[in-house]
Design a protein around this ligand. Structure first.
Ligand code: ZN
Length: 431
């Protein structure tokens, strides 16, 4: 898992292109076929802790409409709604501010996975500094042309129903009950995992992490649980075929009632707004309103499409099975064209490690601006040359990487990193 991002990292050199050249390149790219988006949402509230975001007017180059991208996200709060609201308001701008300026489209997309990690951690750190309790899941989806990038903590899921009828999950559930790997990580970091014990020693309910009693192993916020409940997202980036596809993003109110297949099949053939309503309706019919239930449906539609996306799969499309292919290290445009032609979704990036050093990478150029000022790779504050601590210093990675090599962290973020790895023995923060 840790190695899957390596192929991308050596592309992260600074590629400073004059703005005029950048814009004319964007304009040319814009003439290439770009899909259109249709989207809708539906929700039934029980506790009032689900929030969502649909923003289709974001721009990579401010003021340049041909650099538009879209964001869709769900935040399922617990122990109150403050963390969900805060994350909804701040996560996007924290992610964007972690992307170096002056990148072309391809470089921008390649920089996204790392920026998402920084943005999630910064949002968590800022929210915790406010001293409020509550936490939230975050499933954050960026759609730019045919490329879909998903980052998530918690158990709000995003699935892809590709044209041809193949359904895949683009997220990983960070639930202690089902995720053995996460259970082992939490235990190794000093957390206790067990069920609620009622009088007489009978254990009930799902596996929880103690202290705190949270069922999730990753979240944003959650001051009052162990710091090994981390905000570091699982990130996956895929490129759809030119046939397009449908994204269904929903909170666990849906997924506790419906499998991915059931959700996708229940709404095929319906336009996005109706599809979202249909998925919520189907979940309520199956399980009743036991939890906040929120669903976003996004259709990525080929520009010359005369057919509705997500119509029931035709029999002759059986060969269009969704096979994720790793992109080879060198330019894979020929391969990509072949894959696209047969309706296969190409996997560009996948990484789920909870170790910040693995996620922020090895690149010495990313933390240093041309003016020689260092910035913290997580919160972007300026660092004096003597202040920055390498993300690799004192970690198990320090044997293979240079401790003076970037990216660098400020003292605050370094403290947070140690705490997330279970290295701070006062691991539990008491409010
Ligand atoms: Zn920092």
């Amino acid at each position: 898992m840790a190695s899957s991002g390596e192929g991308r990292r050596h592309h992260h050199h600074r590629n400073l292109v004059p703005l005029a050249a950048l814009i004319s390149r964007e304009m040319r790219n814009d003439k290439l076929e770009k899909p259109s988006l249709r989207y809708g949402s539906a929700a039934q509230s029980r506790k009032g802790e689900d929030y969502f975001l649909m923003k289709t007017d974001c721009q990579r180059l401010p003021g340049n409409s041909s650099s538009t991208f879209s964001v869709f996200a769900i935040f399922d709060g617990h122990n109150g709604n403050a963390a969900a609201i805060f994350t909804r308001e701040n996560l996007l701008s924290h992610v964007i501010s972690a992307i170096p300026r002056g990148l072309g489209r391809e470089e921008w997309l390649q920089a996204l996975p790392r920026a998402l990690v920084a943005g999630f951690v910064k949002t968590d750190k800022e929210f915790q500094s406010r001293g409020e309790t509550s936490g939230t899941t975050a499933t954050f989806v960026i759609v730019d042309g045919w490329t879909v990038t998903v980052a998530s903590v918690g158990d709000s899921r995003c699935i892809l129903d590709a044209q041809g009828g193949a359904i895949s999950v683009l997220t990983v559930d960070h639930r202690l009950e089902e995720n053995v790997e996460e259970r082992e990580r939490v235990t190794a970091s000093g957390g206790e995992v067990g069920r609620l014990s009622i009088v007489g020693g009978v254990e009930v309910g799902p596996l929880r992490c103690w202290p705190g009693g949270l069922c999730l192993s990753r979240s944003i916020g959650d001051m009052d649980v162990g710091e090994f409940i981390v905000p570091i997202p699982y990130v996956k980036q895929v490129k759809l075929s030119k046939a397009g596809g449908r994204l269904i993003i929903a909170s666990d109110g849906i997924w506790d009632a419906l499998s991915s297949e059931m959700a996708a099949k229940s709404c095929r053939g319906l336009p996005a707004e109706l599809a979202a309503r249909q998925v919520v309706k189907e979940a309520l019919r199956t399980r009743g309103l036991k939890d906040d239930t929120t669903c976003i449906v996004v259709d990525i539609i080929p520009p010359d499409s005369s057919t509705q996306p997500s119509s029931p799969p035709k029999k002759q499309n059986k060969l269009r099975a969704l096979i994720f292919r790793k992109r080879s290290r060198e330019s894979a445009s020929k391969l990509a064209k072949k894959l696209s032609a047969v309706g296969i979704v190409e996997e560009l990036f996948e990484e789920g490690s909870a170790m910040l050093a693995e996620r922020l990478g090895n690149d010495s150029s990313t933390a240093q601006s041309t003016s020689g000022i260092f910035t913290c790779a997580v919160c972007q504050v300026d660092l004096a040359p003597s202040e920055g601590i390498s993300v690799h210093a004192g970690s198990i990675f320090s044997t293979s990487s240079k401790p003076w090599q970037g990216p660098f962290l400020c003292i605050d973020c370094r403290t947070k990193k140690d705490a997330m790895e279970g290295k701070r023995h006062s691991g539990v923060k008491v409010v």
